[in-house]
Write a protein of this length. Sequence first.
Length: 277
Amino acid sequence: MIKFLLVCSLLITALAVRIGPSPQSELQVQQSSLNSFSGSANLASFGIRAPVGSDAVMRFTDDGVGSVILALLAETGTFVIKNDRQNLIEISQKGEEIVMGVSKLKAKSLQYFGDILYNDVPQWKLIVNENYWQEPTGWSINSISTCGGVNMLGGFAILAGNENSKQFRNIPPHKKLRITATFHFIDAWTGETAYMKVNIGRERSFEYVWTERYDSTQATNTINICGAHYGEGKFSSPIDITLPHVEDNVSILFGTTLDQDPQDESWGISNLSIYVM
């Protein structure tokens, strides 16, 4: 059994220790040089009061291992938890800032509602991710498929010359928007163009933010990944665009200039993500 020694060393004018049947069931230490308690005590509250200008300190010591100190620093009003080597946690007087001095932080879950900064630089916050492992909702066409090893919205014989759009609502406050996705060219494209639009124009009209052309007739040594017997010379193309944006909703539209049967040329998108900053 590990034995902990509680040492409270606070210099004030009188010693007052109260444990037991008092109405407050409270232990207060107002002065001690080296008072040791071993065993256990059941307390409703435990208070330490230091004189003006002095730190309020509680030290937990394990024989032969080290110690952990909890202290309220008089000079700054900062609450710290430290070991014999460094400060582990520092909490500012008003609780507006917490500094972690640990090399690794582990948590079962972590929620945040403000900004994340790295070296004082704001980081993108992921608010939407659609991987199309299951059929989504809200798109003009919600059908999904698998091409090779990729799950996608649309795909062979589903999307060709038609457009597919969706409005994303309840976006948290932000100033910039980042949209990433992967566009997939399937089968016999012959110089047609794929595009993405976002409703950032005047009166929230759609504007082109990404385009890419593909001609399978100019590709050699292609691989037939899925669909018809045509090989895919350029199967995947990444999309990553950033734009100013402050509205609480955004509409995204994907389309192409394809004009043939979707059994001959088609397309899909995978792994759509939206970030804000």
